[in-house]
Ligand binder design. Structure first.
Ligand SMILES: [Cu+2]
Length: 196
């Protein structure tokens, strides 16, 4: 347990350009570099009601993979699952918070959908045709979230000024929760270290 406390936050500084922006990077130990990508960084709660987007977020099934691998959505969002492969794919989730669904099997070019109603749900997506296929849908309260790229970079824009709790979700690892203050103008730069 002793080493864990030394591995947590790397830095948290305010730099003077931009307005209401949170930018940073996810770091990992050498053996866990693949977890830098597909990590969600999000503000836990912001006052207000946020409607799901008019255009449904899409998870593509292409090259025998779910793309994106991790999809954060607002509560009430309907996710469209598109099959772009020349084989049948299935989509199901055993997770109670996602209402344990199974959309059946469908061919290339077709879409089936599922609505995510439960705030805080962190659910897995699986394909019963291809056991190696896996993805995650994370249901959030507000649209101030980002998913890291391959290098672990993230950027959340147009965040209203205020005090917030910034959290990290990763399929395997965890990171320290951070309390942040978004100034009237400026960019918060914050890096996280993923640990077990
Ligand atoms: Cu499949």
């Amino acid at each position: 347990m002793k080493y864990m406390t030394t591995l947590l936050i790397i830095n948290f500084i305010i730099i003077s350009t931009g307005i209401g922006q949170i930018t940073g990077k996810i770091e990992t130990d050498a053996g866990k570099i693949k977890y830098k990508a597909n990590t969600v960084v999000y503000i836990e709660h912001i006052n207000g009601e946020f409607s799901p987007p008019e255009k449904n977020p899409v998870i593509n099934q292409i090259g025998l993979k779910f793309v994106p691998h991790t999809l954060p959505v607002l509560k009430g969002s309907t996710v469209d699952f598109l099959n772009s492969d020349n084989v049948l794919h299935n989509v199901f989730s055993p997770d109670k918070c996602a209402n344990k669904f199974n959309l059946g099997n469908w061919p290339r070019g077709e879409v089936r959908s599922h609505k995510y109603d439960n705030f805080g749900c962190e659910s897995v997506l699986l394909c019963n045709v291809h056991p190696e296929m896996e993805a995650y849908v994370i249901v959030l309260q507000n649209p101030y979230f980002a998913v890291t790229d391959k290098e672990g970079n993230f950027n959340i824009e147009n965040v209203p000024p205020g005090d917030y709790t910034l959290k990290v979700w990763n399929e395997k690892l965890k990171a320290k929760v951070e309390q942040i203050t978004i100034p009237e103008s400026g960019t918060i730069q914050i890096n996280f270290k993923l640990i077990k």
